[in-house]
Design a protein around this ligand. Structure first.
Ligand SMILES: *Cc1c(COP(=O)(O)O)cnc(C)c1O
Length: 504
C-alpha cells in the first residue's frame, strides 16, 4: 500500500517513508491510497481475538512493507499486558448517565495514564524499523512541543529505544503540576526535557523553526542524526488508534452487548487536534458499523462551529480550560478528513490550508457541509458543565472521570436530548485518568482541595474520598528524583537542543 500527500496527490511514498518522514515537505499530511475493507464476518472472527491479534491484523493491512513478524514483534512490545494496569490496553466500562447508557472505552491504563500511550507505545518500534527500511542509518532526534500529555507519553515510549533521542519542550506555566512532574522525573539515557519561558504556541513555533533550519539540519547530519516527529500528524500515531475502535466493537459482539455483527453504534470523542476522532472516521470507512461520529469540544469550540456551519475560523479568544489537551484552535488532522471527503481534491485542500495560514479562516462548499453534518454531530461543553458532569456521574453512578472525558459525556447527553437517539449503543472515548487532573476532579466531587495542598496530597485525598485506586505510575512519581529543571527563552531553543544532545 502506498501513501499520498493531502496537498499533492501525485506524491507517493511507502508506509515506512511516511512514518520516518512524519510530514510531507510541502506541509501536507500522508494518507493511505486505499482502505482495507472488513465485512461483518471479519468482525465476528476478530471478536474471537485478543487486542494484540486485532492490532496485528489491522496494522498489517496498512503497513505492507513490514513483515508479519515485524508487526507481531512491534505489537507484542507495545501492548505487553504488564504495561497496562489490568492487562487490557482498552477495556470497556458500561456506565449509565441518567436515562442513557454508554460504553466508556478507557484508553488510559498505560504507563502515562492518558490515551496518547496507545499510539506512543507503538510508534517508536514502527519508527526505528521505518528508518532502517528507508536506509538513512541516522539516529532519529524526536522533538516534541507539548501542552501536557503528548510530551510524557512520547518520552516514555521512546525512552532507551536504540537509534533515537527524544527532547521535549513544555510551556513553563502551561501544564498541570502532575504533567510537569511526570516529565521532569523522566528516566532513560536518551531523553531531555526543557521548559520554555512562554506559552505552548511559543514552544510549537520554536520546534517548527528548528525542524526547518538548514544550519541545524547540517549540524545534526555531521553527527549522523536527523530530526523526526512524534506529533499526531505522523501516520504512525493515527494508525494504532484505528485498532481500538474495532476492538471495542468486537468486545461488544463478544459480550453480547450488541445483537449481531453489523448493528450500528455511535462513537463519541473529546477532540483537540482531530486525531482520535479521525481514527474513528477511518474505522467507519473500513466497514465498522458507525452511525454518527460525535465530536466533543471544550470552550475552544472551533470544531463545533465548523461542523455546524462549514466555516473554520480560528480568529477567536483562546481559553485555558481544565481539559488542557483540547485547548487548541488549529486542528491539524482535519486536513486529512477534508482530503478524504472531497474525494482526494488536493487543490481544494491546499487552498483552504493556505487561507487558514494567511487569514485564519476558510469556508467549505455547501455539499461538503451537508455530508459533514450527516455524519458528524458536534457540540461543546464549558467549564461549569464539565464540573457538573464529573459530579453527576460520580454521585449517581459512582464512576469517576477526568475533565476531557466529561466533555464527551456531556456532549453525548446533548446529542441524545437533541436527536432522541438513546437506543443506539454508544462508545465514548475516555482519554485520561482522573488522577492526572486531581485538582479539578476534587473540586467537582467535593468542596475542593484545601489551600496549600501539594499535588500528591490532592491525589491521596481523591483516592480516600472516592475509594478508587491511585494509578501506579502516578503513585511512583512521588519518590522519583527531578532530573530536568532547565528552562530557556523561546529564541534559545536551538542552543538547548544542541546542549541536550551533547553536541553544542
Ligand atoms: C490529546 C488529548 C485529547 C484530544 O485528542 P486529539 O487526538 O488531539 O483530538 C483528548 N483528551 C486527552 C486526555 C488528550 O490527551
Amino acid at each position: 500500500m502506498h501513501y499520498h500527500c493531502t496537498r499533492d496527490s501525485q506524491q507517493t511514498v511507502s508506509a515506512a517513508q511516511a512514518i520516518a518522514q512524519g510530514i510531507s515537505e510541502n506541509g501536507g499530511l500522508f494518507v493511505p491510497e486505499s482502505f482495507p475493507q472488513y465485512t461483518h464476518a471479519d468482525l465476528e472472527v476478530m471478536a474471537g481475538c485478543t487486542y494484540q491479534e486485532r492490532a496485528v491484523k489491522i496494522l498489517g493491512d496498512f503497513l505492507t512493507d513490514f513483515s508479519k513478524e515485524e508487526i507481531e514483534d512491534c505489537v507484542a512490545q507495545a501492548y505487553a499486558p504488564e504495561k497496562f494496569s489490568g492487562g487490557n490496553p482498552a477495556p470497556l466500562s458500561l456506565v449509565q448517565n441518567g436515562a442513557v447508557h454508554m460504553y466508556l472505552l478507557e484508553l488510559w491504563h498505560g504507563p502515562t495514564c492518558a490515551f496518547k500511550d496507545m499510539a506512543l507505545q507503538l510508534l517508536p518500534h514502527l519508527l526505528t524499523r521505518s528508518v532502517s527500511k528507508t536506509g538513512s542509518g541516522k539516529t532519529s532526534v524526536i522533538l516534541v512541543a507539548t501542552s501536557g500529555d503528548t510530551g510524557k507519553a512520547a518520552l516514555e515510549g521512546f525512552k532507551d529505544v536504540a537509534g533515537t533521542r527524544i527532547l521535549t519542550f513544555y510551556p513553563e506555566n502551561g501544564v498541570s503540576p502532575m504533567q510537569k512532574r511526570q516529565m521532569c522525573t523522566q528516566e532513560g539515557g536518551n531523553v531531555g526535557v526543557c521548559a520554555i519561558e512562554g506559552n505552548f504556541d511559543d514552544a510549537q513555533t520554536g520546534v517548527k523553526r528548528i525542524f526547518t533550519d538548514p544550519a541545524m539540519r547540517d549540524r545534526l547530519a555531521s553527527h549522523n542524526m536527523a530530526f523526526s516527529s512524534a506529533n499526531s500528524i505522523n501516520w504512525g500515531r493515527l494508525l494504532p488508534q484505528i485498532v481500538y475502535y474495532f476492538s471495542a466493537y468486537c468486545d461488544l459482539i463478544r459480550t453480547g452487548e450488541i445483537d449481531y455483527a453489523g448493528e450500528q453504534v455511535n462513537v463519541v470523542v473529546p477532540t483537540g487536534n482531530f486525531g482520535n476522532i479521525l481514527a474513528a472516521y477511518y474505522a467507519r470507512k473500513m466497514g465498522l458499523p458507525v452511525k454518527r461520529l460525535i465530536c466533543a469540544s471544550n470552550s475552544n469550540n472551533v470544531l463545533t462551529d465548523f461542523l455546524r456551519t462549514g466555516v473554520y475560523d480560528r480568529n477567536r479568544p483562546f481559553y485555558t480550560t481544565m481539559s488542557p489537551s483540547m485547548d487548541i484552535l488549529v486542528s491539524s488532522n482535519l486536513e486529512r478528513l477534508l482530503y478524504d471527503m472531497t474525494g482526494c481534491d488536493d487543490a481544494k485542500v491546499s487552498g483552504w490550508m493556505r487561507e487558514l495560514s494567511e487569514t485564519g479562516r476558510y469556508q467549505v462548499d455547501g455539499d461538503l457541509l451537508e455530508k459533514l453534518r450527516a455524519l458528524f454531530y458536534a457540540g461543546y461543553c464549558g467549564e461549569e458543565d464539565t464540573l457538573r458532569t464529573i459530579r453527576e456521574l460520580y454521585r449517581t453512578e459512582n464512576y469517576l472521570c477526568d475533565p476531557h472525558t466529561a466533555v464527551a459525556v456531556d456532549v453525548y447527553r446533548q446529542y441524545v436530548e437533541e436527536t432522541g437517539d438513546s437506543a443506539t449503543p454508544s462508545i465514548v472515548a475516555s482519554t485520561a485518568s482522573p488522577y492526572k487532573f486531581a485538582d479539578s476532579v476534587l473540586r467537582a466531587v467535593s468542596d475542593g482541595p484545601a489551600a496549600g495542598e501539594s499535588e500528591f496530597d490532592k491525589v491521596a485525598e481523591l483516592s480516600a474520598l472516592t475509594g478508587t485506586q491511585i494509578p501506579a505510575p502516578i503513585a511512583a512519581l512521588q519518590d522519583k528524583a527531578v532530573r530536568f529543571e532547565d528552562s530557556c527563552a523561546p529564541q534559545e531553543m536551538d542552543r538547548a537542543v544542541l546542549r541536550l544532545l551533547g553536541i553544542g
